[in-house]
Write a protein that binds this ligand. Structure first.
Ligand SMILES: [Zn+2]
Length: 406
């Protein structure tokens, strides 16, 4: 099945500015940062002195005056300045929302230029123009006031350019471009249930009754070793020395490489999975809960703590949330069902996938053994519980082997 409903997709390109373009980008970053801080100060002062709340609308109005008085701001794209004011508005909106719900959030803060992430444009052709290269690979980005900058990156699905955000991270420049695209991804024919493995990345239970697994990628372990030795090396260098700066660059290069490899792995595996199924059932996931159990507060308090802490590190390293997000949007692209099973209610690891009986298992118990006669690995049983719940929930009858066992 293919959906033709357009969807938004963000693609990040790295910018390769010349020396003079880089100087222009830094100037622009400074203008946006000072605008943000000035607008924040205006809100604070108005509140302290007059108990008056200043709105985004008021500030956009003041921006017009600022642009008339200050030629540097007159030269700045007006819409992009509005985007910066809108970001401040969002920071305040989030602050008030969290206050209202009884939390104690930090007040929106002034940002140094180092901590200021960048700025955005609202309309293609107004302040920025992006021209992708052949096959939606690389391209050029024209920014008013900066010039034409070569960029590297790739859109999986080509589409119409909508908005653009310029980001400045660790000395590098990026453009996050929003595309509106008509995806052409095709799903498969049978339903599948997922469980996060311990020995494997993910265990899959297919409607046919077969089980498959996605193995944990080996490069995580290699990357960890490389990172540890790079960090030890960094710790040995004298403060403020050139060698220390160099060692720090090596550490961040490993982090970046790891993040890239992980993303590639998750993209490949989620694409493959979506292509093989018409329904994905996974447990809803709370990383918080998974890590908390290491301290021994959820299951079998205090036991196997070291073992669980190691396990949790592995779980975090394999980035389940990112994987589920990718599955969800790829499923949407392919027009197949993606269902998160409410695991706190359904309890996939404690429920028998054959008779439905529930029994608590310690995390160390790797086999599911039920009085109904079902003996299955813990992960496979849980994956099958998720699958059956989703089939029942969507009003679908199980087919294949599951029809007999359910
Ligand atoms: Zn049973």
């Amino acid at each position: 099945m293919t959906t033709m409903k357009p969807i938004s997709r963000k693609v990040v390109y790295r910018l390769y500015p010349s020396r003079s373009q880089e100087a222009a980008l830094l100037d622009m970053l400074g203008l946006h940062q000072r605008l943000y801080n000035a607008a924040l100060e205006q809100r604070i002062v108005a509140w302290r002195l007059r108990r008056k709340r200043i709105s985004e609308f008021d500030q956009c109005h003041d921006l017009t005056d600022l642009r008339a008085d200050d030629e540097r701001y007159a030269g700045l794209n007006a819409q992009s300045a509005q985007v910066t004011l809108h970001r401040l508005h969002l920071a305040f909106a989030a602050f008030f929302r969290r206050c209202k719900s009884g939390e104690k959030p930090g007040f929106p803060r002034f940002r140094s230029v180092e901590r200021f992430s960048g700025w955005g444009y609202k309309t293609h052709g107004d302040g920025f123009r992006f021209t992708p290269g052949n096959g939606a690979r690389n391209g050029i980005l024209r920014l008013s006031g900066v010039g034409t900058i070569p960029v590297r990156g790739r859109a999986r699905t080509p589409g119409d350019v909508k908005t653009c955000e310029i980001q400045h991270k660790a000395g590098r420049w990026y453009a996050s471009i929003t595309l509106s695209c008509e995806p052409q991804r095709v799903g498969g024919a049978s339903a599948v249930g997922l469980d996060w493995g311990v020995e494997t990345f993910v265990t899959l239970a297919h409607e046919s009754g077969e089980f498959f697994a996605i193995e944990n990628p080996r490069f995580f372990a290699r990357m960890k070793t490389a990172l540890e030795s790079a960090q030890q090396n960094l710790a040995r260098k004298a403060k403020h020395s050139n060698n220390r700066a160099k060692a720090r660059r090596i550490v961040s290069a490993i982090h970046r490489k790891n993040a890239n490899k992980r993303r590639d792995f998750l993209h490949q595996q989620s694409a493959k999975l979506v292509a093989s199924t018409d329904l994905i059932a996974t447990e809803s996931l709370s990383i918080k809960n998974m890590t908390r159990s290491a301290k021994g507060t959820v299951e079998s308090p205090g036991r196997n703590v070291a073992q669980k802490a190691g396990l949790n590190r592995e779980i975090l390293a394999t980035a389940p949330r990112a994987f589920l997000d990718m599955l969800a949007y790829k499923a949407e692209e392919a027009g197949i069902a993606y269902i998160e099973v409410p695991s706190s209610r359904v309890k996939p690891s404690q429920t028998c996938s054959s008779c439905g009986k529930q029994r608590k298992k310690a995390l160390s118990e790797r086999q599911h053994v039920c009085s109904c006669g079902l003996v299955l690995s813990r992960d496979r049983n849980a994956a099958r519980v998720n699958l059956l719940w989703a089939l029942a929930h969507t009003g679908r009858e199980p087919t294949g082997c599951l029809a007999q066992s359910a």
